[in-house]
Design a protein around this ligand. Structure first.
Ligand code: API
Length: 288
């Protein structure tokens, strides 16, 4: 099957974007994996499929597949690239776009300075709804947060579970550059207490308004940035009593600005870049 695609990136988190507004391509998980493959395919952390509005009052649907071929609920950097894509490709003239995701409706807004601001909805802080299985574990309270040890070694890690529609486990580290992302990342991602697996966020507090973050993503491995991960990390930091409500998040791929007023039903707002890289075409193998 011969398909057209657009390559985009948001703070270095990169995507293959597929226009399915005129009909679905019907790709298999193996074909999503092929598109994401950095040697045999195009190469991307996630594949974003843009589909027609599913209901009145919604402009589009946006479907996300990780590099491992699995469909997931939400992608923050992807939401910004989605909005840039549908506007600049002429699929809408709106600059605030209401889009249905598996996690619910979000509203990316194209800002005058070229960045994109997204109302990412409210975080889910109930551990069992992240979902995280805390049964039999003694939580440790810090500020308003509860943390649990995953007992990977004597030091922990002690994690704060947060969902942004997709599951995140946030842990504090002294220095992201020396944090055990390569070893603890996959162990946390696959930990049995996360029945849907999890994105692991390694958070370094620089000040009450500035952090550094690395994320080992579910289904993709470490990425240069994770939008929902930045939201979850700031929510965790605020709940831990370590951050104020507006935070600059330094990721390896760029800067994201996150704001959360701190009440359970407050939405998290994320602002950051969304960039076209190239348009292309590729012959997809007819894999099952
Ligand atoms: N790996 C994530 C999906 C992509 C999230 C990330 N790329 C973002 O910008 O939020 C998950 O499995 O939940």
């Amino acid at each position: 099957m011969h398909i057209r695609f657009t390559k985009m990136q948001g703070a270095g988190n990169d995507f293959v974007v597929l226009d399915e507004t005129q009909g679905r391509l019907g790709l298999s998980p193996a074909q999503y994996r092929f598109l994401a493959d950095r040697h045999f395919g195009v190469g991307a952390d996630q594949i974003l499929s843009v589909r027609p509005a599913p209901a009145e009052g919604i402009d589009f649907e946006y479907v996300i597949h990780n590099a491992d071929g699995g469909e997931v609920e939400q992608c923050g950097n992807g939401a910004r690239c989605f909005a840039r894509y549908v506007h600049d490709k002429g699929l809408t003239s709106k600059t605030t776009i209401r889009v249905q995701t598996l996690a619910g409706v979000i509203a990316p807004e194209l800002a005058a300075d070229g960045r994109v601001r997204v109302d990412m909805g409210r975080p889910e802080l109930q551990a069992e709804r992240v979902p995280f299985d805390a049964s039999g574990l003694e939580p440790r309270r810090q500020g308003q947060a509860q943390t649990w040890s995953l007992a990977l070694d004597a030091s922990g890690p002690w994690i704060t579970p947060v969902s942004m529609g997709n599951p995140h486990a946030v842990l504090l580290v002294a220095d992201v550059d020396t944090a055990p992302v390569a070893t603890w990342g996959p162990q946390i991602e696959q930990h049995p207490r996360f029945p849907q697996r999890v994105n692991a966020g390694f958070l370094q507090i620089v000040s009450r308004g500035e952090v550094r973050l690395r994320v080992y993503e579910r289904g993709a491995g470490e990425t240069l940035a994770c939008g929902t991960g930045a939201c979850a990390a700031v929510v965790a930091g605020i709940r831990l009593g370590l951050l104020d409500s507006q935070v600059q998040v330094h990721t390896r791929g760029g800067l994201l600005s996150i704001a959360w007023a701190g009440a359970d039903d407050d939405a998290v707002f994320m602002t950051g870049p969304a960039t076209f890289v190239f348009d292309g075409q590729i012959e997809l193998p007819e894999v099952p």
